[in-house]
Design a protein around this ligand. Structure first.
Ligand code: ZN
Length: 464
């Protein structure tokens, strides 16, 4: 079996691994994940490069989860001729349509905006794909329950297990009947203490494991101390009449945040102020989470099932569904705005940042991983001006980073998960991380476990 790391090698986005079972044209070929490259222009440009293999030759795609950097390229693949099944867990199949429709719409809107304002480097900018391509991709989704075998190609058996990163996220196990070799993909791996989800299951016995390394060089801080810091930042901002802007991934991060805000509010650690969930996508995602909590879905942890939908459904939450409602929030005042995207690189939050960053009374709370080159990372790194829609705005608002909300395992948790495997694999591939993070994790694994540990180069092909 051969693996080619088309994306998420040397970076955290664009997850795509090509799996092939042999060298001849008749052999199996399919993808694990089909993600969009996100972040700075030179990384996003990779979305526009010709796909390294003719998409019509792929028999299937397996999606580990619904985040855009794992499923967001699918409509482009479909536009270029792919029409096979897209296997994923049932909850992923509910969330992917929300993400893809929004992504297509955003690409169309951003293109139209760039045309109107003329700040694109292209004379006639075109979207990467449109809503039609997204709908065709959605029609290919084939939900499979955890632990149920399916066949992404002739002679290949696969199954999914609970990954605990977001609702529906899966660990993917693939066995090639011909060679008898098995590969496990961690996907994005959750933490044992996700506030809503049950912990990830250990990896199946395998010849090779592909493990993510988003936080491969970091250990998460103590959650309580971080929540204190967050409560303090929110309290002082609201008291001075400022707005707290929280850029958040629409799916999962919003739910995790609302759960934390609920707790802080109930414990009177923050004043009660209007909380605006300003992302139609986040609101749609919330309905999927509420349904899973109500149904007592096995992915949801028992404490949350016992609490019921109130765990994430706050009485003082307001939904901003229309662009007008969204724009009205930019007049400032004591409120909390939760809006996508999580790294400030697109979506409604960019408009909020543009309007609210120049005012010292406001605060931007960064609650997720901020990739190099994104506005979120630049704010974290302390820039004095930020370029938004081609225009520089001064950064006078307070910038506070809270790591407590990470839904990625940290270095120790990743090593612990790997070593919970019954048998030692021959090779471990470390992907889905920035260079420093991947190589630090590789060193940690080498020190703990006598196996070959490889940080694959972008486009590298390896044999299992
Ligand atoms: Zn993810």
């Amino acid at each position: 079996m051969f693996l080619t790391f088309i994306g998420a090698a040397g970076t955290v986005t664009g997850s795509k691994t090509l799996v092939e079972t042999g060298a001849s044209a008749a052999d199996a070929r399919f993808l694990v994940d089909c993600g969009l490259f996100q972040g700075p222009r030179e990384i996003r440009a990779r979305n526009w490069e010709p796909f390294p293999i003719d998409p019509t030759r792929l028999s299937a795609v397996i999606l580990s989860h619904a985040h855009l950097d794992h499923c967001g390229y699918l409509p482009a693949l479909v536009r270029d001729g792919f029409d096979g099944p897209v296997y994923c867990s049932p909850n992923t199949a509910e969330l992917v349509p929300i993400i893809l429709r929004d992504s297509a719409k955003l690409q169309e809107e951003d293109t139209a905006f760039a045309r109107k304002k003329g700040f694109s480097r292209h004379e006639q900018p075109e979207p990467l794909y449109d809503v039609n391509d997204a709908e065709r991709a959605i029609a290919l989704l084939r939900p499979v329950e955890f632990g149920t075998e399916f066949h992404p190609a002739d002679g290949v058996t696969a199954h999914l297990d609970h990954g605990g990163h977001i609702l529906g996220s899966s660990i993917v196990t693939i066995t090639d009947g011909g060679s008898g070799k098995t590969v496990v993909f961690s996907g994005d791996l959750g933490r044992g203490n996700h506030p809503l989800l049950a912990p990830p299951v250990p990896p199946s016995a395998a010849d090779a494991i592909v493990v993510e390394s988003t936080y491969g060089n970091r250990e998460h801080e103590d959650v309580e101390a971080e929540l204190d810091q967050m409560a303090a930042a929110i309290t002082r901002t609201l008291k001075r009449g400022g707005t707290v802007v929280i850029p958040a991934f629409a799916v999962d991060r919003t739910e995790v945040l609302l759960r934390a805000l609920r707790t802080l509010q109930d414990q009177q650690r923050i004043p009660v102020a209007p909380i605006h969930v300003d992302s139609p996508m986040a609101l749609a995602g919330m309905r999927v989470y509420v349904r899973a909590i109500q149904d007592g879905d096995p992915e949801i942890n028992s404490a949350t099932v016992a609490e019921g939908p109130d765990a994430i459904d706050l009485p003082n939450t307001h939904e901003a569904t229309t662009p007008q409602q969204s724009m009205a929030l930019d007049h400032g005042g004591a409120r909390i705005i939760v809006s996508a995207s999580g790294m400030g690189s697109g979506g409604r939050v960019t408009h909020h940042l543009k309007a609210l960053l120049p005012d010292r009374d406001n605060t931007v709370l960064l609650v997720g991983f901020q990739a190099v080159g994104t506005p979120g990372r630049m704010l974290r790194d302390g820039v004095h001006e930020l370029k938004i829609h081609g225009q520089y705005v001064p950064v006078r608002a307070e910038i506070v980073e809270i790591e407590a909300f990470s839904v990625h395992a940290d270095a120790s948790e990743l090593v612990h998960w790997l070593m919970s495997c019954d048998t030692k694999p021959a090779q471990v591939f470390v992907n889905h991380g920035e260079e420093d993070a991947s190589s630090a994790l590789a060193d940690r694994i080498r020190a703990a476990w006598d196996v070959a540990v490889i940080v694959p180069q972008p486009g590298e092909r390896v044999s299992v």
